[in-house]
Design a protein around this ligand. Structure first.
Ligand code: CMC
Length: 418
């Protein structure tokens, strides 16, 4: 029997349908609330709002569980490549050998960016932030692929769009890096796998296997994260039937913020500031706890994870392995570990259930791989693109899909006259 929730509003009692997810998540369906009662709901930051039904990613924030299409992130990080996880997230299954080979060759065919996109990247000042350039290049692709601008894409167009954007973003990200370094762009090397090719286009030489593997794992860990700020942005923009390039570009913009993906850059800058300050992190912990001070401990806390972020656990373990393999000694890793330990044993962080998130340790690995700090969030975008595309595809294919258009509670002046 289907469940309902009873709601008393003044002298009215109504039954609201209850939806149950496959992992037991319960949601009260309020789609008809206003029509039935005249009331709307208010949910600051949308922390209690399920904005869609989704088959892609499941998170249990209390238990620290993250799964894509039923596979745990630990399992995927240990056994799958970024390309396989991208296919899983977007197409819904771990690819067979044939599917994987087909995707590889389609991405290779799409790894050359148009000359016009190169010119757009080159037109930016060298010290422009890579996220701004990446977003601009992404939306500019709309001018070069007009066959993907139809309001309702066919299945064939959607199949074409995935390897196209995977190939293009990889090359754009490498070109953006080269531009910042004042270096010429390097063409994709079709002999290399996805992540090695990206590193090759960045550095001009085939990467060491350990370096490529480390980056590939990081990309896997970022592949999707259900209705986070950037994925929600992609869905909101796409819901107006704005084209795919515009939707993904908007996702890149949302990711840039330091409360979201931009935190990986902010963490490294914070660790560096602690080092410059003599390495004592207690002062920074005190600042983070001070309600008069806007400073927050970057890489700590999460809207959904109230136990631990499983991605952070994998990355922390991986940090030791990668630094050892690359023979890198980074004092920032010791500072990060000390900072984590002190914060975790502090009542302020314990009470608020604040734990290290995915961005806390990722920057230390990027740094060891030779990736500059202002490129960290671009790395996140490269990893997250399959998730954004999967969320966008699921949104446009959802039965009864409507434009996203929330309401508000008006609190301004009333009945003013001139
Ligand atoms: N340092 C100090 N205090 C914090 C922090 C932090 N990093 N995060 C949350 N708090 C406090 C906050 O001040 C509030 O305290 P009180 O209840 O006394 O007012 C309480 O914890 C709850 O915080 P909130 O702001 O209501 O939590 P939220 O769910 O709205 O925000 C967050 C989540 C991730 C934006 C926030 O924890 C934060 O700003 N963290 C630092 C930035 C960061 O690392 N972002 C990356 C997030 S994970 C990857 C991603 O999404 O890209």
């Amino acid at each position: 029997m289907s469940k309902t929730a009873k709601l008393d509003l003044g002298d009215k009692t109504i039954d609201l349908p209850v939806i149950e997810g496959t992992e037991g998540e319960m949601a009260v369906d309020i789609s008809k609330l206003r029509a039935q009662t005249g009331y709307i709901t208010y949910d600051n930051g949308l922390g209690n709002t399920g904005s869609c039904l989704s088959d892609i990613t499941y998170i249990d924030g209390e238990k620290g569980i993250l799964k894509h299409r039923g596979y745990t992130i630990e399992n995927l990080a240990a056994k799958s490549t970024f390309l396989e996880v991208s296919h899983l997230v977007y197409a819904g299954n771990i690819p067979s050998k044939e599917e994987c080979d087909a995707l590889k060759s389609q991405i290779k065919e799409n790894s050359k960016i148009p000359e016009g996109i190169k010119s757009i990247i080159k037109s930016f000042p060298k010290d422009a932030h890579p996220m701004g350039i990446t977003s601009a290049a992404m939306v500019a692709l709309s001018g070069f692929y007009p066959d993907l601008l139809d309001q309702d894409l066919t299945d064939d167009q959607k199949k074409k769009a995935f390897p196209l954007l995977m190939g293009q973003l990889k090359t754009i990200a490498a070109a953006v890096y080269r531009h910042g370094q004042g270096k010429d762009f390097i063409e994709s090397n079709p002999k290399l796998d996805y992540t090695s090719d990206f590193l090759y286009m960045m550095n001009g030489e085939e990467p060491n296997e350990d370096v490529a593997k480390a980056l590939d794992v990081l990309l896997v860990l970022h592949a999707d994260h259900e209705q986070n700020c950037s994925a929600s942005t992609v869905r909101v923009v796409g819901s107006s039937k704005a084209n795919l390039f515009a939707s993904i570009s908007a996702g890149i913009d949302a990711l840039w913020g330091p409360l979201h993906g931009g935190a990986n850059q902010a963490v490294l800058e914070m660790l560096d500031a602690i080092k410059q300050d003599g390495g004592g992190y207690e002062k920074f912990i005190a600042k983070a706890k001070d309600k008069e001070d806007p400073f927050r401990l970057m890489g700590f806390g999460h809207r959904v994870y109230k136990n631990f972020d499983p991605r952070a656990k994998v990355i922390k373990d991986y940090c030791d392995v990668v630094l050892e393999k690359l023979d890198v000694q980074d004092p920032l890793l010791d500072i990060a570990k000390g900072l984590e330990q002190t914060a975790l044993s502090d009542e302020y962080f314990a009470q608020r259930k604040l734990f290290p998130n995915v961005d806390f340790y990722s920057g230390i690995i990027y740094k060891a791989l030779g990736i500059p700090t202002n490129m960290f969030t671009v790395m996140f975008a490269l990893g997250r693109q399959p998730g954004w595309m999967a969320q966008w595809k699921e949104m446009i294919e959802a039965p009864g899909m409507r434009i996203t258009r929330p309401r508000q509670v008006y609190t301004g002046k009333t009945d003013e006259e001139l």
